[in-house]
Design a protein around this ligand. Sequence first.
Ligand SMILES: Cc1cc2nc3c(=O)[nH]c(=O)nc-3n(C[C@H](O)[C@H](O)[C@H](O)COP(=O)(O)O)c2cc1C
Length: 168
Amino acid sequence: MSLDSRSFRKALGCFASGVTVVTTLVPATKAPVGVTVSAFSSLSLDPPLVLFCLGNGTSSMAAFKEFGHFAINILTETQRDLSIRFASRSEDKWQGVAWSAWNSGVPILPQCLASLECSLVEVLDGGDHQIFVGRVEKMKHQEGGSPLLYFRGSYLDTAPHGAMTDVI
Ligand SMILES: Cc1cc2nc3c(=O)[nH]c(=O)nc-3n(C[C@H](O)[C@H](O)[C@H](O)COP(=O)(O)O)c2cc1C
């Protein structure tokens, strides 16, 4: 059966998702890299694994494959601007963006609902995307706060915030 691609996209868009900015570093220069990603999922509790999917056309694909670590920054409803910025093809995505580093150096964005620092376990072929599997090495999360949500190709707003908690 051949699928109509427009209908396929519309059907998939019926699944509401959170929004993340996935980050890493360019191995040679240590320049920060970030991409807006909604194709993120928890995978395993023990061992603690997560996954995200990156389109084959993503300019920073090589950095994600080669650096060996990445961070998942789960956005709050107030961080729509970050989502838009890191979904752009701008050369200047990081201009004026504050970030910090934990153990591996990958960018951790402030005031996210949660940030997960991961070591890369495996990259799997997934059609026109690559599936990145990572082991969570360190994380923090807010006890309260509302997520940035994406549904049928648009952002949905929800409600406000809480305090940061360092877990590992
Ligand atoms: C809400 C939202 C969710 C997205 N989710 C994904 C995703 O899961 N995987 C992906 O590869 N691109 C996703 N994109 C598109 C990328 O963010 C966009 O293509 C980005 O420019 C790619 O980064 P690059 O500049 O390194 O090529 C999403 C965009 C938006 C606005």
